[in-house]
Design a protein around this ligand. Structure first.
Ligand SMILES: [Zn+2]
Length: 72
């Protein structure tokens, strides 16, 4: 979601707004257009460790599938 933080120079307030396309941003309090975009990260994306899904399926051998070994 493209949510950006703005600061209104008129009423000295910060506000977050969802910006869709090229719509102009106005202050929700005074409806003024003297707003300044703030550089803030709203959402943090955590880089989860990419774990391999191809672990050993069989506990008795190193095969990834028990269909290829004698274990059941
Ligand atoms: Zn304002």
């Amino acid at each position: 979601m493209p949510i950006f933080e703005y600061h209104c120079a008129k009423c000295d307030k910060d506000f977050e707004v969802l910006v869709l396309g090229n719509q102009s941003v106005t202050c929700p309090d005074c409806n003024g257009k003297k707003v300044k975009k703030l550089l803030s990260v709203v959402s943090h994306k955590s880089d989860g460790e990419f774990s391999s899904s191809q672990g050993s399926a069989c506990s008795g051998c190193s095969a990834t599938s028990c269909s290829t070994c004698s274990h059941s």
